[in-house]
Design a protein around this ligand. Structure first.
Ligand SMILES: NC(=O)c1ccc[n+]([C@@H]2O[C@H](COP(=O)([O-])OP(=O)(O)OC[C@H]3O[C@@H](n4cnc5c(N)ncnc54)[C@H](OP(=O)(O)O)[C@@H]3O)[C@@H](O)[C@H]2O)c1
Length: 327
């Protein structure tokens, strides 16, 4: 299996976790990293054994050894930077959310198609073995017909400060785009596009959602989803069907443990993750590159577009607006 050459752009919190996992994935190599800050790029390249480091993103786009770039900047720059990388012929794995809104996602997809390069949103939960197990049980009919999904994502971030990326609208703040995207992904992945959407949010003074409740209605089922920066909680996911239930342990989006319950019978599985779990999206993207694929069959560009459409609708309901909506 040939080695795929990776680059990373935007060397903050998630880039460190991602690079830690990248080192564990066979037949991949971190070739180069780029940051707006040269010292940060140098320290990162040393820590994660990258050959090259740059203080401009353009230099990374021009590095001939780099095949795929992981975009780990703040959400408002995802579209612009992914497009710039793809314009130079690079494949892109972009952090979630793929972009701020549907229009930006459409531009990204158009660039991926016209330049014939790979593009995927880093929705890592999709590739985790525990989530794949849940999907397998569902496909095998263990749950019967899914009637109800309940998933939440909350943590107490109230002391982080208004200028943090969680709360600042210029930085794409708010729970939906940051963490509410995970419960929404779960419902979308398992039930598809809903028939009806209702949502209600508590907004901060800056106008981003600090707490958000979503009700998705399907033909014969419901999804109740919730995200918050205002408190901690036990983040378990429930997928209930008329023949059984699946419970994914806290914190469900990254949990190695899940349980299938059928009447009095319980079957739990615990997976031994490779690293934190970013390794699985890295394996998927790398394999797509090796096979010359332009998108992942597991999390396609249509999937990202539809998830973004759902988020746009929820934002309209709640009056959540961003400066980038005006571009
Ligand atoms: N998949 C996951 O589990 C997960 C977890 C956390 C975050 N994320 C996603 O990853 C992305 C980054 O989140 P993070 O927590 O890593 O963010 P972060 O550490 O605050 O910042 C990431 C990078 O963005 C650039 N940046 C930060 N503030 C900036 C500013 N004011 N102006 C211009 N550039 C700025 C910097 O890049 P330079 O180094 O180039 O200066 C920084 O290193 C977000 O889109 C988030 O949704 C995903």
């Amino acid at each position: 299996m040939r080695t795929v050459g990776w680059g990373i752009l935007g060397l903050g919190n998630i880039a460190h976790k991602f690079a830690t996992d990248l080192l564990l994935v066979k037949n991949t190599e971190l070739i180069a990293v780029a940051s707006s800050d040269l010292e940060r790029a140098k320290a990162f390249s040393k820590k994660f054994q990258a050959q090259n480091y740059y203080d401009t993103y353009e230099s990374l786009f021009d590095d001939p050894q780099v095949e795929i770039i992981y975009i780990a900047s703040l959400h408002p720059r995802h579209a612009e930077l992914s497009i710039a990388a793809m314009e130079k012929g690079k494949a892109v794995l972009c952090e979630k959310p793929l972009a701020m809104n549907q229009r930006q996602v459409e531009k990204m997809i158009a660039m991926a198609k016209s330049n014939e390069v790979f593009l995927m949103e880093g929705l890592w939960t999709r590739f985790n073995p525990s989530f794949s197990q849940a999907q397998e049980w569902i496909t095998q009919g263990e749950l019967g017909k899914i009637k109800y999904i309940n998933a939440t994502f909350s943590f107490n971030g109230m002391n982080i400060g208004d200028d943090s990326r969680l709360f600042n609208p210029e930085k794409g703040g708010g729970t939906l785009l940051d963490i509410g995207i995970y419960p929404l992904f779960l419902a979308y992945q398992l039930l598809g596009m809903p028939k009806d959407i209702k949502a209600s949010a508590h907004l901060t003074k800056g106008g981003v959602d600090q707490q958000l409740a979503i009700l998705l209605t399907y033909e014969t089922s419901h999804a109740i989803l919730y995200s918050s920066f205002a408190h901690d909680e036990d983040m378990r996911a429930t997928i209930a069907g008329d023949a059984g239930e699946i419970y994914i342990d806290n914190r469900w989006h990254e949990s190695p443990k899940l349980t299938l319950v059928k009447s009095e019978h319980r079957k739990s599985k615990v997976f031994d993750f490779l690293g934190k779990g970013y390794s699985y999206e890295i394996e998927e993207a790398s394999q797509c590159i090796r096979e010359g694929k332009k998108q992942s069959a597991k999390w396609s560009l249509k999937n990202s577009l539809e998830l973004t459409q759902l988020m746009d609708t929820i934002r309209q309901f709640c009056g959540i607006h961003y400066p980038s909506d005006l571009d």
